[in-house]
Design a protein around this ligand. Structure first.
Ligand SMILES: Nc1nc2c(ncn2[C@@H]2O[C@H](COP(=O)(O)OP(=O)(O)OP(=O)(O)O)[C@@H](O)[C@H]2O)c(=O)[nH]1
Ligand SMILES: [Mg+2]
Length: 202
């Protein structure tokens, strides 16, 4: 059996909403890399990473599934994760051991992304940084007709009550050492979800 050294191994999780096509993408990657002789399909129960009876009969992933392929000198370990929210713990379990994640999005529906909020609306530099990133987000979204939800403005309005202090307004996760991190708190997540809803309704 071939032995791979650490630098030639990649652990890649495939994540995304239920029914987005994660398991099918992995089957296609395995077939393309020559790891399988035929293209596995979820619909006829032959997808490599949906192998248990329950998964085959329901045509959905229930637990995280592992499959590997060789590409050049590199061994890629794919971790197929379930997208249905009841099994989301299986996806979360995979995340600490991965080098990278592939997020699969169902292209047949409306795709919405949230743009960047400012970490501190009192800071011109922070605002300029977020807006520069948001120009890039707009440019990337436009050719694919992706809807951009305005997280920047949503957080800006909410931060006003704290004089523009995003952290002070409770929108960011609080760090044990004091201050805030860059991720949204639960209250921040709710606001971003509202931004998505507004963008869809437009
Ligand atoms: N037309 C089309 N159908 C696809 C494509 N990818 C997946 N499907 C179909 O979409 C359905 C869901 O595909 P899956 O690969 O099981 O999706 P999943 O993301 O693994 O779903 P969960 O495991 O439930 O999270 C199946 O019926 C697939 O045949 C694609 O690129 N094009
Ligand atoms: Mg699946």
């Amino acid at each position: 059996m071939k032995v791979y050294t650490g630098e030639n191994v990649r652990n890649v999780a495939v994540v995304g909403h239920g029914h987005a096509g994660k398991t099918s993408l992995i089957s296609a990657a395995l077939f393309t890399a020559g790891a399988t002789q035929r293209l596995g399909r979820v619909d006829d129960g032959t997808a490599t990473t949906d192998y248990d009876e329950e998964e085959i009969s329901r045509k959905m992933s229930i637990s995280a599934g592992l499959a590997c392929a060789e590409w050049g000198q590199t061994k890629i370990n794919f971790i197929d994760t379930p997208g249905f929210n009841m099994f989301v713990h299986e996806a979360k379990m995979a995340l600490p051991v991965i080098d990278a994640a592939i997020v699969v999005v169902d292209g047949s529906g409306q795709i919405v992304i949230v743009n960047y909020y400012s970490l501190d609306y009192r800071s011109d530099a922070q605002n300029a940084l977020s807006q520069a990133l948001n120009h890039a987000v707009d440019a990337a979204a436009e050719p694919y007709h992706v809807t951009v939800a305005d997280g920047f403005v949503m957080f800006q309005k909410a931060a006003e009550q704290a004089g523009g202090d995003t952290c002070g307004a409770g929108l960011l996760t609080v760090l044990a050492a004091g201050g805030c991190g860059s991720h949204p708190s639960v209250a921040g997540q709710v606001l971003l979800a509202q931004a998505v809803e507004e963008a869809i309704r437009k």
